[in-house]
Design a binder for this molecule. Structure first.
Ligand code: SDX
Length: 435
């Protein structure tokens, strides 16, 4: 990170102009370093939603929203999704380089041997209603993990952070499948260490004590790719939440639980659940013939209807993950003999119509990762309410990598934004009888 030039801020009220360094990264937009602005001017910047704000420096994930490009540690998502599996991707995000065979074997073995959760964790489940949303359960259970590892909670201890990373990556599939089994009224299925990470998760989801799960490699590969596509995504809302939470020095489990809570929102990770519900509603109300009516409602500001799975704060082109997800749709539906799945056809017709409509084109609204992921997951037998929990499972490694990077940054301080105050200025409290 080098100062490539300077930016001058001048004021029309005669205040003296001030120069700030302009910093250049390896690729992407330069930044104006305004750290000293308040000290020099007594003024803050104002940027709700952080539309023009870089909150940190990072070397993990790069997105070019105009080109529709996504790189994990410099590798294009298309190449990773084709040539790697999810645990290799985890190793890459955490360590910055692809593992060699020995490193991969050691990492996989380490993760495999941490997949069980403390037996007491099951009793937390009993406290929830059977119809509790899986994200409510997951938010609670991830935070509760911190109650079981008192000896390794020091977020500033690299070894503690490492074992917490392995435990969280390893246990998320177990926790997500426990939430699912609890809602289905079925007993939880314990992990099996001789299965791959994703096959193990699918077995914990779909096996029962009465019947083993028959691993289907095409379906396992498809879900593993879904995990890869969701693993990290720069400074999105939930990652920024994890960074801010972790900046207070809290333990890794609590910081990741905050990320789970943020991801739940329908504008963020909850969009895949909302996108599938949207498609099911259109299908129920007439299917393809009703798309025009739906698009009209979306364009009507007063309707509060959004085309879920479309649009993105950064991508002003096709989300590269959506393209890969659509390919995965073809693979999974083909393997399951569902090529004519009406929902998939409806989604492709909706995409075609939206991409030719001036409203979406002028606002650069393209399908994002959530538009197709619900169709794939539904075909895999995953209930809609579990989609965001699957997203959280996959994103855990990204949250951890970003948290660790923040903690290792010498410039890191506790995050404490300021405000533009618009409330009442100082005034006296009147005695009750005079109010
Ligand atoms: C994820 O940040 C990340 O990287 C997130 C994520 C990740 O991997 O972590 O990629 C995962 O969260 C993907 C996004 C999933 N969300 C959705 O699919 C929900 C639907 N999309 C949106 O609500 C919206 O597009 C956002 C929240 C994703 C982005 O919103 P912005 O950047 O704040 O844009 P905006 O809301 O200001 O919209 C700009 C214009 C507005 O119209 P005008 O006021 O200019 O007339 O576009 C319109 C919006 O009304 N618009 C949409 C729309 N999204 C934006 N109109 C209809 N349908 C939509 N989906």
């Amino acid at each position: 990170m080098t100062a490539s030039s300077t930016a001058t801020l001048s004021f029309s009220d005669g205040s003296p102009s001030i120069e700030f360094p302009v910093l250049k990264g390896t690729v992407g937009p330069d930044v104006v370093d305004i750290k000293t602005l308040y000290g020099k001017t007594g003024k803050f910047t104002y940027d709700p939603g952080f539309m023009s704000t870089a909150a940190c420096r990072s070397a993990i994930t790069y997105i070019d929203g105009d080109k529709g490009e996504l790189l994990y540690r410099g590798y294009p998502i298309e190449q990773i999704a084709t040539n790697c599996d999810y645990l290799e991707t985890c190793y890459l995000l955490l360590n910055g380089e692809m593992p060699n065979a020995a490193q991969k074997d050691a990492f996989v073995s380490n993760v495999s041997h941490h997949t069980m959760v403390h037996e007491q964790m099951q009793f937390f489940l009993r406290g929830f209603r059977r119809d509790a949303h899986p994200m409510a359960i997951l938010t609670g259970m991830v935070g509760a993990l911190s109650a079981f590892y008192h000896d390794t909670l020091d977020i500033n201890n690299a070894e503690h952070r490492h074992i917490a990373a392995i435990r969280l990556i390893a246990k998320m599939p177990t926790l997500v499948s426990m939430a699912y089994k609890y809602s289905a009224g079925q007993p939880m299925i314990y992990p099996k260490n001789d299965l791959s990470y994703t096959a193990n998760f699918m077995r914990m989801m779909f096996a029962t004590p009465c019947e083993e799960y028959q691993v289907n490699d095409v379906l396992v590969r498809a879900l593993d790719r879904i995990f890869i596509l969701h693993a990290d995504h720069e400074q999105n809302a939930s990652t920024s939440t994890v960074r801010l939470c972790g900046s207070s020095g809290t333990n890794p489990y609590a910081a990741i639980a905050a990320g789970v809570a943020c991801l739940w929102g329908p504008a963020h990770g909850g969009a895949n659940e909302a996108a599938l519900s949207m498609l099911l509603d259109i299908q129920k109300n007439g299917g393809v013939e009703k798309i025009g009516e739906f698009i009209t409602a979306v364009k009507d500001k007063n309707s509060n209807v959004r085309l879920m799975g479309f649009g993105h704060r950064v991508y002003k082109n096709y989300d590269p993950r959506a393209k890969l997800m659509r390919e995965t749709c073809y693979e999974v539906l083909g393997e399951l003999g569902l090529q004519n799945d009406p929902l998939f056809k409806l989604a492709m017709e909706l995409e075609k119509i939206a991409l030719s409509d001036e409203y979406f084109v002028s606002r650069k609204l393209y399908p994002n990762v959530d538009f197709y992921s619900g169709i794939v997951q539904r075909a895999l037998g995953i209930p809609t309410s579990l989609f965001t929990a699957i997203f959280a499972l996959a994103r855990t490694v990204g949250w951890i990598a970003q948290l660790n990077e923040m903690l290792a940054d010498p410039d890191q301080k506790i995050g404490r934004p300021r405000q533009l105050f618009t409330g009442a200025t100082a005034r006296d409290v009147m005695p009750l009888h005079q109010r």
